[in-house]
Design a protein. Structure first.
Length: 380
């Protein structure tokens, strides 16, 4: 495969990780990166670094003329940076974020269609081995007709948001500095896509079915304040984001999907996946499965044999290399990047469309609206 001439926008935690894995795949030739926090000039590995202010990525686009730009900057920069990349005529790989306003991707989708540029949403949970096997199980009818799904972003990120002295906006974590702002200004599902994306693809939501309504509920906000107090910080700080936000989504074909956002209470990390149909159920968090007429009566089975039997082609081809290069995220980032490169070079199709990203992120503003009004919200 001819390497893809690539630039990187944003060299924080996520950008650095993607940079390492792009090198591991051998599919990308990274020539430059943009990050205002870095010294301008040349990096130790020979990359050109652009850092003369927040707009210097535009100079990088002009001078480097990349085929692909990978955007891994703070959330509020994503769309304006993506628009400039598409205007420059390059494809974009866009990191995942929470939605800000409804319809915010419309202009980007329109411009990309005019320019003939592809947009690759980098939602890595879609590429987790068991999730991709789940797609194959659904496609082969193992679960029958899909009835109900559950997922979420259940990840204790208090140490990311608060430093060891109890200060919100952890200066030791660049992502924490800007991400903590949402917890004192918003109340909704701030980050829906990790839990939502694989379930939508499994159930055909955005393809053969569509969301018609959602209702969101938020618990009280106590976890972050308690953590700040125990770290010696100002416990009177106003936290607006509920500790647990639950969103119930309904589709036109009568499928129910429950989504949970849970990031400020102590718990092990979980995507909380469950898929239930007329012939069986899969519980992803516990890696258990029950298939009517196959599993022992009323007895959960380990799903390992099913995952192997329904191994997705991506994992058959790239799985061994993925696990060797990407143990931190169980190979899913590596497989995602290989799938992107294969699509861009005319091989296997990338399974996520930019319209999917627009759909999934819409949950954020609509959930905030539902919580604020105490009412269901019809999908627009």
């Amino acid at each position: 495969m001819k390497q893809i001439r690539t630039v990187l926008i944003g060299a924080g935690y996520r950008g650095t990780r993607l940079r390492e894995l792009m090198a591991a795949t051998g599919c990308f030739r990274l020539t430059a990166l943009f990050d205002p926090a870095l010294p301008d000039g040349e990096a130790a590995d020979g990359l050109t670094v652009y850092s003369r202010g927040e707009d210097d990525y535009r100079r990088m686009l002009r001078e480097q003329q990349p085929e692909l730009a990978v955007i891994a900057s703070p959330w509020h920069f994503h769309i304006p940076q993506a628009l400039h990349c598409v205007e420059a005529g390059c494809h974009i790989a866009l990191e995942i974020r929470g939605g800000r306003v409804f319809g915010e991707y419309d202009e980007l989708l329109r411009l990309a269609a005019v320019q003939g540029c592809r947009i690759y949403p980098l939602e890595n949970t879609v590429f987790l081995r068991e999730n991709m096997a789940l797609f194959e199980m659904v496609r082969h009818g193992l679960f029958g007709e899909i009835i109900a799904l559950r997922g979420g972003y259940r990840h204790d990120i208090r140490p990311l948001l608060v430093d060891e002295n109890g200060r919100l906006g952890n200066p030791n974590m660049p992502e924490g500095i800007w991400r903590s702002h949402f917890y004192t200004t918003e109340n909704g599902d701030l980050y829906p896509t990790h839990g939502l994306a694989p379930l939508c693809l499994a159930a055909g939501i955005g393809r053969t079915d569509r969301f018609v309504r959602l209702t969101s509920f938020a618990s009280k906000a106590r976890g972050l304040q308690d953590y700040i107090r125990r770290q010696g910080g100002d416990a009177s700080l106003c936290v607006t984001q509920g500790d647990v936000v639950v969103t119930q989504l309904e589709t036109g074909q009568g499928v129910l999907l429950t989504l949970t956002h849970d990031t400020t209470l102590p718990r092990p990390r979980s995507l909380d996946f469950e898929l239930q149909g007329t012939r069986g159920i899969w519980r992803g968090e516990f890696r258990k499965i029950y298939i009517d007429g196959q599993s022992p009566s009323e007895t959960w089975e380990d799903d390992a044999a099913y995952i192997t039997a329904y191994e997705h082609p991506f994992w058959r081809e790239w799985g061994e290399a993925a696990l060797a290069a990407d143990r931190h995220h169980q190979g899913m980032d590596y497989v995602m990047l290989r799938a992107l490169a294969a699509d861009l070079r005319g091989g296997a199709d990338y399974p996520i469309r930019p319209e999917d990203l627009a759909l999934w992120t819409s949950v954020s503003p609509l959930s905030k609206q539902s919580i604020a009004t105490g009412l269901p919200v019809d999908w627009r």
